[in-house]
Design a protein around this ligand. Structure first.
Ligand SMILES: *Cc1c(COP(=O)(O)O)cnc(C)c1O
Length: 376
């Protein structure tokens, strides 16, 4: 396949950055890491992130749903994998037969997983999932008690290996928020109940990247990190390395006089004569239309404003008095080391999170990896 950056938009994934982020987070946590690879490895490629993280300090993988875990198994990944956010009707038999660990967020899920394990004659490995106050997924304290008592009575329970107790914090960026304290109390109370019930759970795990970076009281027995692996740093401490670069080539250039409209509508009119460059990338490729009038790209040594509205497939960049040539390559975002905009800049312009920018890059953009092995 043609991967010439002078001809098409390219997303380049820097495996070295993912490797060094994994090592950094592993050092901060001082505990085993579960690499969370949901949403195609946060837009960086499921297998790329999984394999790089496993090679540099992570010892297990986690994802929402069963499609990604099954893809990982099909690709020969042998590491432990935990799946959460499944419907009660999910194919738990298939999951169990591929040694995929399952989160249990309700008694209905418990029942479905027990049925699957019994039908298969194979034990299911599960993590009990608590709602610690986000009111999203998981068992609230009352439902948790109910689940424990059912578990103790259910004759099929020996088909179950309960290895983990998981929770999630909704306020982890701010370690001083009292809701974190409350959440840990609920978490530890549930843990004591498990001990009393004789479940012998090995792993308590509470947090994602923000929880790990903000407060060591969130670390427990292992840490589930996703965003941090690909360089998103919710603590803003800049110790993590961004791992993707998005580029697009200039397709056409033109010079326009003062007072000319650019693109659809009358949104933008040139104040003075200017040079324009056309890039083949738009909102279908993950450049949010809301960035119109705010977004910039790096082209020919300077950051330049995108002018007019972001279109479905194209954007126009104002290069002022500088003439650029078709085939020159613009950087939409990168690590920021050469002065180019970063994903964090785009998130600011679009009034959103970096997570939404990196997971929003469309399927038309070709992806290539810069592997760890290459010496630069
Ligand atoms: C997404 C997710 C994570 C990873 O969180 P990051 O902030 O991306 O590190 C951890 N746990 C659960 C339950 C998640 O849904």
């Amino acid at each position: 396949m043609n991967h010439d950056p002078r001809e098409q938009a390219l997303l380049t994934v820097d495996e070295q950055a993912i490797a060094s982020n994994t090592e950094f987070l592993s050092g901060v946590a001082g505990k085993p890491l579960m690499a969370v690879i949901k949403a195609d490895g946060f837009g960086h490629g499921l297998l790329t992130v999984a394999k790089t993280a496993l090679g540099h300090g992570a010892d297990s993988l986690g994802s929402t749903g069963l499609a990604d875990p099954l893809r990982l198994r099909a690709a020969g990944v042998q590491a432990p994998i935990l799946s959460w956010l499944n419907p009660v009707s999910a194919n738990f038999e298939e999951a169990i037969s591929h040694r995929i660990m399952l989160a249990v967020p309700s008694v209905e899920h418990l029942d479905a997983i027990l049925r699957a394990a019994t039908a298969l004659g194979q034990s299911a490995v599960v993590h009990l999932q608590l709602d610690l106050g986000m009111h999203r997924e998981g068992l609230d304290p009352e439902a948790f008690e109910d689940l424990l008592s059912r578990l103790c009575r259910d004759p099929r329970a020996d088909q179950l290996r309960v290895v983990g107790l998981m929770g999630h914090l909704g306020w982890a960026e701010d370690s001083s928020d009292a809701l974190n304290v409350r959440a840990r109390e609920v978490f530890e109370q549930a843990w004591r109940q498990c001990e009393e019930a004789g479940l012998g759970i090995r792993f308590r795990h509470l947090g994602g990247t923000a929880a790990v970076l903000a407060d060591s009281r969130n670390h427990y027995d292992f840490c589930r990190v996703g965003a941090g692996l690909v360089g998103i740093d919710p603590s803003g401490s800049h110790r993590l390395r961004p791992a993707i670069t998005l580029t697009a080539p200039v397709l056409e250039t033109r010079r326009v006089r003062a007072g000319e409209y650019i693109g659809y509508g009358r949104h933008h009119r040139t104040a003075k004569a200017s040079n324009l460059a056309l890039l083949p990338l738009g909102y279908a490729d993950g450049i949010p239309r809301i960035s119109s009038g705010l977004g910039q790209v790096r082209l020919a040594g300077k950051n330049r404003a995108i002018t007019g509205l972001v279109n479905m497939d194209q954007i126009v960049v104002d290069t002022g008095e500088d003439r650029v040539l078709p085939g020159e390559v613009a950087t939409i975002f990168g690590a920021g080391t050469d002065g180019e905009p970063t994903v964090a800049d785009w998130a600011t312009w679009c009034n959103t999170l970096p997570h939404e920018i990196i997971t929003g890059i469309g399927p038309r953009v070709h992806r290539i990896n810069r592997p760890t092995a290459v010496v630069r």
